[in-house]
Design a protein around this ligand. Structure first.
Ligand code: 3PG
Length: 331
């Protein structure tokens, strides 16, 4: 796999890549422990086959070895939260590009990808409405006491604090405004004007956000800077009856301190789409104030799968044929 009869070479940002031709037999592997909807896979197949490539599928795999075996002859790889580390890259001898069909790429070892001369990309924005809708769904579920029949509360008139105003945060703001919420946001990297244009009030520190918000919705990526940053001190600033919604990453939470806080503050609720390591303990201690989906499902809609999966396939073709590195994240 992966050879050409004609192999033109281009140089881009210090890297040398082979441009492909219609004679190529490039193999694109979709490796998804959590599979896309079939309609999305059909779309990915169409894009890859129209480019003259072959498509292979590894879905619902249960061991890393299956992934290591499957990547051996892949020229391009489409993944979701699947981990692509140095071991996977070592096994993927033909690999030229890996595309994370989604936003967060903390599951790819970027340095190892660069070291293996593999381009890593994401597909920003393609699944963000799906994640945002789930965030609002979790909010409704929490204010209605997990649908236990007891009188709850409404979202209208409550202050929602959006922590990070990227693609998902913006969609959350749009939907929350439809609910009649007062939306504020904090994002050190986003200009105030972008927030005000969206009808959102900017605040200028995380502390200010947590002080003012009845509900905080997390949309920060998991980075060295953010891991464990959502801690007791910050959460304790939230007013009585506070709700924390996490559709981002579990790693950003300081779980020990969250347990401490929820032990001390019996008014505090935590709803998440990413099961914490301390899930069993949380369920035992806070049965009526804690909920986690069994498997991350924010982006698990046909629409998001189609958008992100087909974008990933198109980015692969555009890179292999034209050298387009627009969405590269390991520059
Ligand atoms: C993302 O980063 O795009 C979301 O967390 C969705 O992840 P998933 O594709 O594993 O559902």
């Amino acid at each position: 796999m992966g050879y050409s009869y004609i192999m033109p070479v281009i140089h881009t940002k210090g890297k040398t890549i082979q441009l492909t031709t219609t004679f190529d037999t490039m193999k694109v592997l979709v490796a998804t422990e959590k599979p896309f909807a079939k309609v999305a896979v059909d779309g990915i197949r169409k894009v890859t086959e129209e480019a003259g490539y072959t498509l292979a599928l590894l879905e619902k795999y249960t061991s890393k070895q299956q992934l290591l075996d499957a990547v051996a002859d892949a020229d391009a790889l489409i993944i979701r939260s699947d981990v692509v580390d140095a071991e996977v890259l070592d096994a993927a001898k033909q690999l030229k590009i890996v595309v994370r069909a989604g936003a967060g790429y903390d599951n790819i070892d970027l340095n190892a990808a660069t070291g293996h001369n593999v381009v890593a990309m994401n597909t920003p924005g393609q699944n963000s409405n799906a994640v945002a809708e789930l965030a609002l769904g979790l909010m409704v579920y929490a204010v209605r006491n997990f649908y236990n029949g007891a009188s709850g509360a409404e979202l209208m008139g409550k202050t929602l604090g959006i922590h990070a105003f990227g693609n998902v945060g913006r969609n959350v703001a749009r939907i929350a405004k439809g609910f009649g919420m007062n939306v504020i946001a904090y994002d050190a990297y986003c200009p105030d004007e972008a927030m005000t244009a969206a009808g959102v009030t900017p605040v200028h520190s995380a502390e200010e956000l947590y002080k003012q918000a009845d509900i905080v919705s997390l949309h920060i990526p998991a980075t060295a800077e953010t891991k464990g940053s959502i801690n007791k001190k910050l959460l304790n600033l939230m007013p009585k009856g506070a709700i924390l919604v996490n559709t981002a990453r579990k790693e950003v939470i300081n779980e020990d301190e969250l347990v401490q806080l929820m032990t001390e503050r019996t008014d505090f609720k935590y709803v998440t789409d990413i099961m914490p390591a301390c899930d069993v303990k949380m369920r035992e201690l806070f049965a009526d104030r804690y909920f986690s989906t069994p498997k991350k499902m924010g982006a698990q809609t046909a629409e998001a799968n189609i958008n992100a999966g087909i974008a990933a396939a198109k980015q692969i073709v555009d890179y292999l044929k034209n050298g387009n590195t627009r969405f590269q994240v390991n520059k």
